[in-house]
Design a binder for this molecule. Structure first.
Ligand SMILES: Nc1ncnc2c1ncn2[C@@H]1O[C@H](COP(=O)(O)OP(=O)(O)O)[C@@H](O)[C@H]1O
Ligand SMILES: [Mg+2]
Length: 305
């Protein structure tokens, strides 16, 4: 079977002072062109590592990644990455940030005028035409993420890799961004792999939700196919039994089958099963950030360029 993007038996051992640390063990996943896949799992299970391997930032110790018939061995413009914290250059305007990527990819293919049109078109797709001459410090968090998405789209990547792209945004902005992403997806039919902590976001956006087991040696636990008609409307879906069923399936996986190992240690405090979803999203982002710093502590890897 030839799928568009194939992860076959991806295993990675990170060298540590105490010997090799197996973060992922035989991760197997086939993705079709145009699919929207969410990766969900507890903090530290290896989601970013999966994405970084597809991006070519990490090399698998065993197994590998094939994209459109070609083995992935290094980063390339056919795999655009969008991170939680935008990685825009602060001294450049929104337009110039997108221009940088467009020049890199299309310098020998598009004329100056075509490049300008293409940059403007991509900023329009994310509803940022009105602010294209602003620099990142003049833009809100949501607007910066929009520019980051425009920049990724402008490269016409084979796959968009998104690592908790809306994780640091407030709930309302996040909802707008999800709607925009669905709109873009309906228009362009991109292949997307997005990491999220948010069950509703995963169900709303995905064709399939890939649920990862806890680490170390994490792997794909279950894959849930989300058969909800598109376009999807968040308000209408709240009343749809299938939507709630999918949601419950993910919650069950995360909180029954593969409990948060960190939460388990603190057990007995009668903690809410679905605390993560109930938490206000700003608070959630803060906790995640803190957790991330702790998790990643002496480890530094290429997250923000
Ligand atoms: N470069 C690295 N060196 C050593 N350990 C790493 C490295 N990158 C990630 N890890 C470890 O691999 C595991 C998975 O990390 P990560 O993919 O960032 O998890 P997630 O994105 O699911 O929160 C964690 O235990 C993390 O500490
Ligand atoms: Mg991560």
């Amino acid at each position: 079977m030839d799928s568009y993007l194939e992860l076959s038996h991806v295993t990675i051992d990170f060298p540590t002072p105490n010997g090799p640390f197996r973060a992922l063990d035989k991760v197997k996943l086939s993705i079709e062109k145009g699919e929207f896949i969410s990766l969900i799992g507890h903090s530290g299970c290896g989601k970013s590592t999966v994405l970084n391997i597809i991006a070519g930032l990490h090399q698998a110790t065993e197994g590998g990644v094939i994209l459109n018939g070609k083995e992935v061995s290094e980063p390339g413009p056919d795999r655009a990455v969008v991170f939680q914290n935008h990685s825009l250059l602060p001294w450049m305007t929104a337009y110039e940030n997108v221009e940088l990527a467009v020049k890199q990819v299309f310098k020998n293919q598009k004329s100056k005028e075509e490049m300008k049109e293409w940059i403007e078109h991509n900023l329009e797709l994310v509803h940022m035409s009105h602010a294209m001459d602003k620099r990142p410090d003049e833009l809100s968090g949501g607007m910066k993420q929009r520019v980051g998405i425009a920049r990724a789209l402008s490269m016409e990547p084979k796959v968009m890799l998104m690592d908790e792209p809306f994780g640091a945004l407030d709930a309302l902005t996040r909802a707008h961004m999800q709607d925009s992403l669905m709109e873009i997806q309906a228009e362009l039919n991109n292949t997307v792999i997005m990491i999220t902590h948010d069950v509703d976001e995963a169900v709303l956006l995905s064709d399939r939700i890939v649920m990862m087991t806890n680490g170390p040696a994490a792997t794909v636990g279950e894959i849930l196919k989300v058969d909800l008609e598109r376009p999807r409307d968040r308000l209408a879906l709240a009343e749809v039994p299938e939507y709630n069923h999918y949601r419950a399936e993910v919650v069950r996986f995360l909180h029954e089958r593969y409990k948060n190992p960190e939460a388990e240690e603190e057990a007995d405090s009668g903690s809410d099963v679905d605390a993560e979803t109930a938490m206000a999203s700003e608070e959630k982002a803060e906790v995640q950030d803190k957790q991330k710093k702790e998790d990643d502590a002496p480890v530094l890897y290429a997250v923000n360029d």
